[in-house]
Design a protein around this ligand. Structure first.
Ligand code: SF4
Length: 210
């Protein structure tokens, strides 16, 4: 008998408005062999890192976020979602019938993705793909560029009308900060804005005295 579907994941945010149109549950999968120069998530390259989670548990969390916080969709980003294609397909197939949208960011071009075994089955439960390697020489402008997307070479592929309206992708770049109960601050959203914030923060004294 096949094992229950699961995914190796780096982290997840139950409620965000910085990872695609509307209020979303965002999932960063662990592992990416593409290693784009300038990738903002190199800690997600190692396919053996992160934690393995069952698709059932992720669906339960997502359903709670939808019920309690008005989350309207799932964003899968990485890491490389198509390097865990079976798990992502199982998750998308469980989520979409609940009326939630599914948005997948992949470093594979559309042509490369279409060659992958199982891609057609995944497409049946995805509303939109953002495809292509991140290219730091062609960053999307912070104003006037496409929101949520890293570089101008990356292409949008709408498989339904849900996210097809161009205005959903035209808004100023945004980032979010969350303060965890432990006091740790977690940032998400536009990587360039995160870099600017980090540069603006005072650097800690290397002596550790401040
Ligand atoms: S595909 Fe995405 S996660 Fe992988 S190296 Fe490129 S930007 Fe980073």
């Amino acid at each position: 008998m096949d094992a229950a579907p699961s995914l190796r994941i780096a982290h997840r945010i139950a409620i965000t408005e910085a990872e695609g149109p509307g209020r979303r549950f965002a999932l960063w999968v662990q592992g990416c062999s593409l290693k784009c120069p300038g990738c903002c998530n190199p800690e997600l390259f190692d396919a053996a890192g992160g934690d393995r989670m069952s698709v059932d548990r992720l669906v339960t969390e997502l359903a709670a976020a939808a019920r309690d916080h008005g989350v309207v969709g799932l964003t899968v980003v990485g890491g490389e979602p198509l390097e865990q294609l079976a798990g992502v397909a199982a998750l998308a197939a469980a989520v979409r019938p609940r009326g939630l949208g599914v948005l997948v960011f992949t470093g594979y071009t559309w042509g490369e993705a279409a060659q992958l075994p199982g891609f057609a089955a995944l497409c049946a439960n995805v509303d939109t793909f953002v495809c292509g390697r991140f290219d730091p020489r062609r960053r999307e402008p912070l104003r006037g560029g496409r929101a949520f997307i890293g570089s101008t070479n990356q292409t949008l592929h709408h498989l339904s009308d849900r996210y097809a309206a161009p205005e959903l992708w035209r808004r100023p770049a945004a980032m979010e900060l969350r303060i965890r109960p432990t006091g740790e601050v977690e940032a998400s959203g536009d990587p360039e804005l995160q870099r600017r914030l980090l540069r603006a923060l005072p650097h800690p004294d290397p002596s550790g005295e401040r």
